[in-house]
Design a protein around this ligand. Structure first.
Ligand code: IPE
Ligand code: IPE
Ligand code: MG
Ligand code: MG
Ligand code: MG
Length: 300
């Protein structure tokens, strides 16, 4: 009997379509005053990201329950917040990069002050959208916003981003690097799978499993990003290759070399698949399994 192959590309295409439509419906239109600000927010969001975080959020929800409607607005809130982190990450005071998602970065296109405010506005909008959604019982009604605040704030993404900057030029150190990657990147990916689980009313064990899964694939994702920075081209990435070396960043490549980093990322994906072994059924879990592998097999 032929095994039923899961088509990840078709799955991602379908989800991206739903996510982009929801983003388009919920972002202020570019005629809204101040026009240039709203145009620039849309420029940053629709430049063409992979939408991995919202897709993971929907896939986690879907692993437990057929209907993912409840997870859609929280999912786009995570994407809005993620986009803000990219706009700020590229600023001259941070990584100073001129290309993102295949286009000039927001500060190159609209100026630095606008880029700062685009980031602030997307961050704020993410919490507005979360606040409009109620998590199901037994969670707190405002659980989504609490989860996002914890993942994105000074004990989450910001903690990772600040240590990433402070560690520039330092010798690679495994503990420091894990802290940076777990916070700047894994925290938001873990938040995406947790929120998907919560939207489907996960019990404590399911939430823990999807949380661990998100954390491990999130770390593997950032390790893959470090590898791609030295192995892929700017054209493939849609952002400048070699950015880490330019900024003397501490990365998994500087710690372990490309082969060592690949091995570490592969181990993390194996552990992540183990984490979710008893989530849902083989069929409802298939997107999460394929997405975990995609985190390290991608070429951009
Ligand atoms: C880039 O994230 C920032 C990192 C955490 C490495 P993505 O690679 O998901 O960027 P987009 O959203 O597809 O542009
Ligand atoms: C950025 O890490 C993580 C966040 C934006 C929070 P990087 O600086 O490595 O991401 P890229 O390579 O610019 O996308
Ligand atoms: Mg950075
Ligand atoms: Mg960067
Ligand atoms: Mg990078």
């Amino acid at each position: 009997m032929l095994a039923c192959m899961f088509d990840l590309n078709a799955y991602m295409r379908e989800k991206r379509h739903a996510i982009d439509r929801a983003l388009d419906n919920h972002l202020p239109d570019s005629e809204t005053r101040p026009r240039l600000l709203h145009e620039a927010m849309r420029y940053a969001v629709f430049a063409g990201g992979k939408r991995l975080r919202p897709i993971l959020c929907l896939a986690a929800a879907e692993a437990l329950e057929n209907d993912t409607t409840r997870a859609l607005i929280p999912a786009i809130a995570i994407e809005a917040l993620h986009t803000y982190t990219l706009v700020h990450d590229d600023l001259p005071a941070m990584d100073d990069d001129a290309m993102r998602r295949g286009l000039p970065t927001t500060h190159i296109q609209y100026g630095e002050a606008h880029a700062i405010l685009v980031g602030d506005a997307l961050l704020t909008l993410a919490f507005e959208w979360m606040a409009q959604c109620r998590a199901p019982e037994p969670y707190l009604p405002n659980q989504y916003a609490l989860e996002l605040a914890e993942a994105a704030g000074s004990r989450g993404v910001i903690a990772g981003q600040i240590e990433d900057l402070e560690a520039e030029g330092e010798d690679a150190n495994a503990d420091r690097l894990d802290f940076i990657h777990l916070h700047k990147t894994a925290a938001l990916i873990r938040c995406a799978t947790r929120i998907g689980a919560i939207a489907s009313g996960a019990d404590a064990q399911q939430l823990e499993a999807l949380s661990e899964y998100g954390c491990r694939i999130g770390l593997a994702f950032q390790i893959a990003d470090d590898i791609l920075d030295v192995t892929a081209t700017t054209d493939e990435l849609g952002k400048p290759a070699g950015s880490d070396e330019k900024n003397s960043k501490m990365t998994y490549v500087t710690l372990l070399g490309v082969d060592g980093a690949r091995k570490k990322a592969t181990q993390l994906i194996e552990q992540a698949l183990h984490d979710i072994a008893s989530i849902g059924t083989d069929t409802t879990r298939a997107p999460l399994v394929a997405l975990a592998q995609e985190m390290i097999q991608r070429n951009h």
